[in-house]
Design a protein around this ligand. Structure first.
Ligand SMILES: Cc1cc2nc3c(=O)[nH]c(=O)nc-3n(C[C@H](O)[C@H](O)[C@H](O)COP(=O)(O)OP(=O)(O)OC[C@H]3O[C@@H](n4cnc5c(N)ncnc54)[C@H](O)[C@@H]3O)c2cc1C
Ligand code: FES
Length: 259
């Protein structure tokens, strides 16, 4: 079993703003931008000796020219609350890019990108890199953060809201059905119940499906087995039906994991 030996770096906050209630967008100047791909994540560390574990946050946008990454995150607990107070010029300890990312080298196929809740941010860079060729389906509890930025990518954007305040009332599968969307490949990120429904939908329609999992993590670099997901196949090394979301994922072929 290999363990990531990436080093931490002192990155610098370029700017930060609240884009919806308790949801923050932060641009960070970091070397990780050089090699980052959509679907990968970074580990952000807190300036607090009482919080030594990193907080994994997906890469939302990549600006290789400026050497910058954007993350969009919800304030969830102590760590993300601390990050939300950072302003331009503040240093932030970061390790990345981590994880495998979405496969973007598959021959140009009709894709549906599905994001649910805080699984929406990583789909933005993917939508940009797939260049107009995709439909994007976004599932919100209420306020549709980042929606206009997806529209700017040239993708066709569909929305589902739980309260029916915008788009389809209900979930992302409802929005796909209502708009009669079809595809050769699905990429999805969001809460596990949503990923389960997406996997089932793809199985029934015989569509290739990749899901990005946001399992609870500890070390974030493959060392502690705190983030395992059950797999269909037995791992060569450990001889068990396990994969580490932080190292082997976070993106998996939906058929390879039991969720
Ligand atoms: C691959 C990946 C990508 C993610 N991308 C995003 C993103 O783009 N935007 C976003 O808002 N959130 C994202 N998350 C969830 C985010 O990591 C947690 O919300 C965050 O770690 C919570 O930290 P906290 O200190 O605020 O909360 P606390 O509950 O105080 O955290 C305590 C500990 O539990 C871990 N933890 C708590 N919740 C989660 C969780 N859901 N996933 C993983 N570890 C957790 C923390 O890292 C920390 O070590 C992602 C998670 C993973 C695994
Ligand atoms: S979080 Fe430690 S192995 Fe994944």
């Amino acid at each position: 079993m290999s363990v990531v030996t990436k080093k931490k770096e002192q990155a610098v906050v370029i700017r930060q703003e609240e884009v919806a209630e308790d949801i923050y967008s932060m641009w960070i100047k970091t070397q990780a931008a050089e090699t980052a791909r959509p679907g990968q994540f970074v580990n952000l560390y807190c300036h607090d000796s009482g919080m030594i574990l990193p907080r994994p946050i997906s890469i939302c946008e990549i600006d290789k020219e400026r050497g910058a990454l954007r993350v969009v995150y919800r304030v969830n607990g102590k760590g993300t609350d601390l990050f939300s107070r950072y302003v331009a010029g503040d240093e932030i300890e970061l390790m990345g890019p981590l994880g495998n990312g979405f496969p973007t080298d598959i021959p140009q196929k009709k894709a549906i990108l599905i994001g649910g809740g805080i699984g929406i941010p990583p789909m933005l860079e993917l939508a940009k890199q797939l260049r107009n060729s995709s439909s994007v389906v976004l599932g919100y509890r209420d306020f549709p953060f980042l929606k206009e930025e997806f529209v700017k990518t040239g993708s066709s954007v569909y929305v589902a809201t739980e309260d029916g305040s915008m788009g389809t009332k209900g979930n992302v599968i409802g929005a796909i059905m209502e708009n009669n969307l079809g595809a050769d490949v699905i990429f999805a990120c969001g809460p596990t119940p949503m990923l389960r429904a997406v996997k089932k939908f793809a199985q029934v329609r015989k569509i290739k499906c990749y899901i990005s999992m946001e399992e609870r993590m500890a070390c974030g670099v493959g060392a502690c087995l705190g983030c395992v997901v059950e797999t269909v196949d037995v791992d060569d090394h450990s001889k068990v039906h396990n994969a580490r979301v932080c190292k082997d994922g976070p993106v998996f072929d939906a058929e390879e994991v039991n969720i």
